[in-house]
Design a protein around this ligand. Sequence first.
Ligand SMILES: Cc1cc2nc3c(=O)[nH]c(=O)nc-3n(C[C@H](O)[C@H](O)[C@H](O)COP(=O)(O)OP(=O)(O)OC[C@H]3O[C@@H](n4cnc5c(N)ncnc54)[C@H](O)[C@@H]3O)c2cc1C
Length: 394
Amino acid sequence: MDFRFTDEQETFRSDVKKFIETTLTEDFWRSQEASEGERSSPKFSQMAAEAGWLAVAWPEQYGGAGLSYTEQMIYMEEMAEVGAPQEHHRRAVQQVGPSIILFGNEDQKTEYLPQIAKGELSFAMGLSEPDAGSDLAAANTRAVKDGDFYTVNGQKKWTSGAHYSDFLWTVVRTDPNAPKHRGLSMLIIPLDAEGVTVEPILDMQGEHHFNKVHFEDVKVPTKNIVGEENRGWYVNASTMDFERSGIARIASLRRALKQATSAHQNPQSGQSSNVKRTQLAELSVATKVTELLAYRVVSHQAAGLIPNYEVSITKLLASEVDQAIHNLHVGIDGLFGNLSFSKWAESAGQTASKGSLRTSANGYISAIPGTIAQGSSEIQRNVIATRGLGLPRG
Ligand SMILES: Cc1cc2nc3c(=O)[nH]c(=O)nc-3n(C[C@H](O)[C@H](O)[C@H](O)COP(=O)(O)OP(=O)(O)OC[C@H]3O[C@@H](n4cnc5c(N)ncnc54)[C@H](O)[C@@H]3O)c2cc1C
């Protein structure tokens, strides 16, 4: 593959950088702290949409910029580099919209796509359940057809962002008698529908990121089914395929590495050593390798190929290197590495991240779910072993 970007792509990158400089100002971050928090900002999503950046790789007829996967990757890389708030629109733009373009009917395209491209609609992903995670085909939230409606009962778990989203992209069981994969459908459920309850789950830092979503006799119009009934497994497989480069993860890795390196260079740190310097060098190399693997996935996509086990390699490596970098950073900060959400962080030499008082301890804890979310490391290793290396299934 060719690792260079074209002149047009470099110009695109500098335009994105300029947009970031003019929008993500100190004032913006201050207002974020006072309102929605760092991750989700309808205001930022709408500013990006007005500038024409939001749905970079969507066709223009659906409100996208009509550019390629490479430009989409550049956009996401730059946004992740500065920690721009993407959560309000990310799942809708990167996963739901492309699935509707592929499987949705004309009414669904008209109803959802323009609003998503304008940053006006937010989706959460309702896949995992208490007894269905790695084995998603075990999903058991029931949808029973009754005239023009499905009646939905059951529960989803670990649903990121359901508390601020408009809709849930939901895997439901429509045929309990069919083999596991064949009885599932994909249903769009409004999160304000009667009978839907969103119950917070606090993560290890006490933060509210994901939820349980309960359905009790929820009436959902049959027109909300995406693709054919009982073919939801295949719709979902494509949904998960759309954002495969993991480039945002790589950009966060680089950020984490930069912070750990600057902590090591900080004379207040007191915990710098030749061993840690060598570890930083090793992790820089690992970060670069992960970055190149992510570019390889994008170059496959840009060439019209469908990347496969390559995605698992990138995800596995990125999440594990991320944990190693944060672990090292906590060690570099020494005793101050025990502080979390502390106003003493910066004065102690820790690098609190922009717009918040998060410390290296917070970064370390945040990195832990990275090897579980979007497919655990064991599942990624299974994929690499069977599809990549051609080993038999155990
Ligand atoms: C931060 C975060 C955000 C998330 N957001 C969402 C979301 O928005 N929407 C959503 O639907 N879900 C979400 N999830 C759920 C996530 O997809 C699941 O946690 C994940 O797929 C693992 O499923 P599980 O938790 O049920 O664990 P299980 O599948 O029960 O796995 C338990 C353990 O067994 C191992 N294991 C399971 N099967 C195998 C196998 N075949 N071979 C080897 N080892 C195996 C796993 O690796 C793991 O260590 C999120 C999770 C996290 C951590």
